[in-house]
Design a protein. Structure first.
Length: 284
């Protein structure tokens, strides 16, 4: 007789204090009874690394922010993440509860569409700060809201002095987030590249650039203020002082995300962010 195929091992992750999240996890738990083994139920930060290594998938219930937070915790453990959107936009968390129930066998089976997303590693030696980023690393001027002066170098070669309200370094995944709002380009999410986008530069010609992901970027804080802050995905922060050096490289691990087979990345871009929308012509 052929060996019985083992059921996939899952962790169900979400904020248990949010009623909508608890309800969605309870509904999905009842659905997968007999279809999968649940090894963990709670927040990803509380799940032990040894448990995570046994998992086949982590199912994250919440919004894009919850998924981004999970990415930083899981990027070196190589466990694919299925995002279930219970937030506002759901750009990264691609599934609804109903869709995941409908597509469950495809999503966890041989047809699973797992995509690698590069992440960034960021450190500030002077502050003893070190973190990874799923979307972006950015410096914001902060109070008293005067421009800052940031010296940018790539692979030890001077690039520019950025006199501005700040600076964004984004992954391809993060190219559709803060960087896009600041005028940056849209990159295919599977690329290996880094976008450097100034925030309101005091220059008519300082345009965003895209560099090789293997590059090392250093940002020297030439002139900053008491409120100037380095932010990671808008969730983790570190105050900056004059003379601090922010070092950004490609992170060693990738974030593995399971794509929704019902729609392509470009369809998501169009439906969620209104990309390439047609003009509203008058009807005659």
């Amino acid at each position: 007789m052929p060996a019985k195929q083992s059921m996939p091992k899952l962790a169900l992750v979400g904020d248990p204090h949010k009623e909508s999240v608890s309800a969605a996890i309870a509904e999905f738990s009842a659905f997968i009874k007999g279809k999968a083994d649940i090894l963990w139920h709670g927040t990803v930060d509380e799940c032990l690394p040894d448990t995570i290594r046994e998992l086949d998938y982590v199912v994250v219930f919440g919004g894009d922010g919850t998924l981004i937070s999970a990415a930083r915790a899981l990027n070196q453990l190589r466990v694919p993440v299925i995002g279930v959107n219970l937030g506002k936009l759901g750009y990264l968390a691609e599934f609804s509860v109903a869709e995941l129930k409908q597509l469950f066998d495809r999503v966890v089976g041989s047809e699973s569409q797992v995509e690698k997303r590069m992440m960034l590693s960021c450190s500030v030696k002077e502050k003893g700060f070190d973190s990874t980023a799923m979307n972006d690393v950015f410096v914001t001027a902060g109070p008293p809201f005067r421009m800052v002066d940031l010296e940018i170098s790539v692979d030890r070669q001077p690039v520019a002095s950025c006199v501005s309200d700040g600076l964004i370094l984004a992954t391809p995944t993060g190219s559709t987030a803060y960087s896009l709002s600041a005028g940056g380009p849209i990159l295919s999410s599977s690329m290996n590249a880094i976008v450097i986008t100034p925030i309101c530069p005091h220059s008519l010609s300082f345009r965003p650039i895209v560099i090789n992901a293997q590059s090392t970027v250093e940002i020297v804080a030439n002139r900053v203020h008491e409120g100037t802050t380095l932010s990671i995905d808008g969730q983790v922060s570190c105050p900056l002082s004059t003379g601090d050096v922010v070092k950004i490289t490609k992170a060693q691990g990738d974030f593995l995300v399971v794509n929704n087979p019902l729609r392509s990345r470009w369809e998501t871009l169009a439906t969620k962010l209104g990309w390439a929308g047609k003009p509203k012509y008058a009807q005659r």
